[in-house]
Design a protein around this ligand. Structure first.
Ligand SMILES: Nc1ncnc2c1ncn2[C@@H]1O[C@H](COP(=O)(O)OP(=O)(O)O)[C@@H](O)[C@H]1O
Ligand SMILES: [Mg+2]
Length: 371
């Protein structure tokens, strides 16, 4: 999959910009605050229909303008497509191949984009909440109905916790909530289990490459119901329901729901060492990279084409060996790499590379054949 070009009109600090991209490496180079992330933000919008930096569409319209336009031609499984996003008058219109779409689900999956930011380097070191959010985003990208299960589960969880906070707790109501929580929770448990099994395998392979075969990365699903590989959705439901019921009195005392998918996490080990607790900072970062990049391979397996990879300010965070390994191991993935300096240009000597110098919303494109 690749993005061939991008047109921006009144987007952030760009008036009217038209860029043609290379199939391999596109370096966006410039000092801070010049507009590098703005460009990858626009690319992300073509994939997800929204920004990764703000929920307020108005913020991304160029100051003093009324409307913005983002357009990009892409190639997926060797067929061409055009995605266009227009925002103005508090409205957003999205077209795929000139046809208006009405639901974000119809946009998702046309152009698959994986974005990697500096915060992702903390994935392993961060708390369970960040890892759950990583898992949720990844599965939702591949399977939109997962997102619905999650929304429903969370709604019911909020209501159950509210009920637990009442002076007199209505246990009949709790039984109703338990049933629904166990129902949605069961689907989520099983989908998370299957997803984690897949990314565990891929990220271990990635990790071995990144560490010159010195480290084994073992990732497993940490859940409170001892979900086995063989458990069906029905089994998962029974297990959660019985946990909720046997723990009800304690939940009433503490006024919180102790069991469920909202407590899930990942166990992450390197050579039998719990990386979250005992890993060095370098190990934690490398494990985060392996985990995050496993998403690329997984999308490739699920949709039969490589996603487009955005590395926003992370590339220069890696040492040269890891930079090289990363580029070599990703194969035919189109990359957009933002960076303040061009120091790592030689890493890409073998690839078809375009360099874009960015200065106050003006872009100078230097075509670079590679050698
Ligand atoms: N809606 C907007 N209209 C005009 N300029 C904007 C808008 N939003 C952000 N900017 C400008 O974009 C610049 C930041 O761009 P960004 O891509 O984040 O920089 P960087 O190159 O550091 O990644 C700032 O100069 C900011 O003033
Ligand atoms: Mg930036």
């Amino acid at each position: 999959m690749r993005l061939n070009n991008l047109q921006l009109i009144n987007f952030r600090n760009y008036d009217n910009l038209h860029l043609n991209f290379k199939r391999n490496i596109n370096l966006l180079v410039g000092k801070n605050g010049q507009g590098k992330t703005n460009i990858v933000e626009a690319i992300y919008m073509l994939s997800f229909g929204k920004s990764f930096r703000t929920n307020k569409d108005k913020e991304i319209i160029k100051f003093g303008s009324e409307n913005l336009y983002i357009g990009g031609n892409y190639l997926k499984n060797s067929s061409k497509g055009l995605i266009e996003v227009a925002i103005g008058n508090n409205k957003k219109g999205i077209k795929v191949n000139k046809i208006h779409i009405h639901k974000i689900q119809e946009l998702l999956g046309n152009l698959n984009v994986v974005i990697f930011s500096p915060e992702d380097l903390k994935l392993v070191k961060d708390g369970p909440r960040e890892r759950r959010s990583f898992i949720d985003k990844e599965i939702s990208q591949i399977m939109p109905k997962y997102y619905n299960y999650l929304v429903n589960y969370n709604k019911i969880l909020i209501q159950r916790n509210k009920t637990l906070k009442n002076r007199i707790v209505d246990e009949n109501l709790l039984s109703v909530y338990d049933e629904s929580l166990a129902n949605y929770g069961a689907y989520i448990y099983v989908l998370r289990r299957d997803f984690i099994k897949k990314i565990a395998k891929i990220s271990n392979e990635m990790h071995k490459k990144l560490t010159g075969n010195n480290e084994e990365l073992l990732i497993t699903y940490k859940n409170q119901i001892n979900l086995t590989d063989e458990d069906t959705v029905k089994d998962a439901k029974d297990k959660l329901l019985s946990k909720l019921e046997s723990n009800r009195q304690r939940d009433i005392e503490t006024r919180m729901t102790k069991y469920g998918i909202h407590k899930d996490d990942l166990n992450i080990f390197i050579n039998d060492l719990d990386v979250k607790l005992y890993g060095s900072q370098g190990q934690q970062r490398t494990a985060s990279i392996s985990l995050k990049l496993s998403e690329i391979e997984l999308i490739k397996q699920e949709v039969n084409d490589n996603p487009v990879l955005i590395l926003d300010d992370v590339f220069s965070e890696l040492d040269e060996t890891r930079q090289k390994l990363l580029v070599e191991n990703l194969g035919d993935v189109q990359m957009f790499i933002t960076s303040a300096e061009l120091a790592h240009k030689r890493i890409f000597d073998e690839s078809e590379t375009a360099i874009f110098y960015i200065d106050k919303g003006k872009v100078t494109n230097i075509e670079d054949g590679g050698n």
